[in-house]
Ligand binder design. Structure first.
Ligand code: MG
Length: 268
């Protein structure tokens, strides 16, 4: 039986919750296509990878002698933006997303090893996919997700270190907002037959803050939102693109090593 005091308490609770922002405890979708592994794209019910503390942030990692510097903290000369020059802000040795659009490298890369350092805004703002979202796209189309996944529930295949919409990271290796984080990504470009069909899919290994979160995973195709990926043939090299998702994510110390995977043949 509802006593007057209980009715009063219930009314008060309803009044309070009506003014709280709604947070979906299971962000994601239940109406998207199924991936080959049986989960839906951005599946709400897919288990979220366990968080693993990667340890404290580290100073910028020195580039090996044969690396190509893509960002040294001072100049965006290696990048272009939507309408020409890259217009992201530069401050304190970092570039920062500023809602002027994605930027991509002027040079093109195929098989490669990429080092990127990034930091999401502190204090954090927004929830789920709207908190510290950016991304690293190989060939301008295959995304390794950048997100503030520190105590920020989102669908598993959309969190930091995910092959967005395809493979969640093995674990959640995110540092707290504002701290510098590292990606070391090993990317093998897809190969196509001359008729445009796939000879070999792209393969990706991602090390996040020193922790392997993707190990030689095959990509299903270019990144898409709420849809199944499907390859479209392209050349042996393409630009590396950084995403402007509207959140002021920072990047520093970006370098790449092109990989020559075919070793010299033995003498006959
Ligand atoms: Mg993204």
């Amino acid at each position: 039986m509802l006593t007057p005091s209980l009715i009063g308490a219930t009314t008060l609770l309803c009044a309070i919750t009506a003014f709280l922002p709604y947070q979906d405890p299971q962000p994601g979708y239940r109406d998207t296509p199924r991936l080959p592994d049986g989960w839906r794209v951005h599946d709400s019910d897919r288990p979220r990878p366990a968080a693993v503390d990667p340890g404290p942030e580290t100073p910028p990692k020195a580039a090996p002698a044969d690396a190509t510097a893509l960002f040294d903290g001072k100049s965006l000369a290696a990048w272009r933006g939507r309408d020409g020059d890259a217009k992201w802000d530069i401050a304190d040795g970092a570039m920062q997303v500023n809602r002027t659009g994605d930027i991509e490298t002027k040079a093109e890369f195929g098989d490669c090893q990429l080092h990127v350092e990034w930091a999401t805004p502190n204090p954090p703002k927004g929830e789920s996919q709207n908190r510290g979202n950016s991304g690293v796209f190989f060939f301008g189309r295959y995304e390794v997700q950048v997100l503030d996944s520190f105590a920020n529930p989102t669908y598993a295949d959309g969190q930091a270190g995910a092959l967005y919409g395809q493979k969640p990271p093995l674990v959640n290796a995110c540092r707290a907002p504002g701290q510098w984080q590292t990606y070391d990504i090993f990317f093998r470009a897809p190969r196509f037959h001359t008729d445009g069909t796939v000879l070999a899919p792209a393969r990706v290994t991602v090390v996040h803050n020193g922790i392997v979160v993707q190990l030689d995973e095959a990509l299903l195709g270019p990144t898409s939102h709420r849809g199944l990926a499907k390859y479209v043939t392209h050349g042996a090299k393409g630009p590396i693109r950084l995403q402007d998702h509207g959140d002021p994510v920072r990047f520093r110390n970006i370098w790449v090593r092109e990989l020559q995977l075919e070793r010299p043949a033995a003498p006959k």
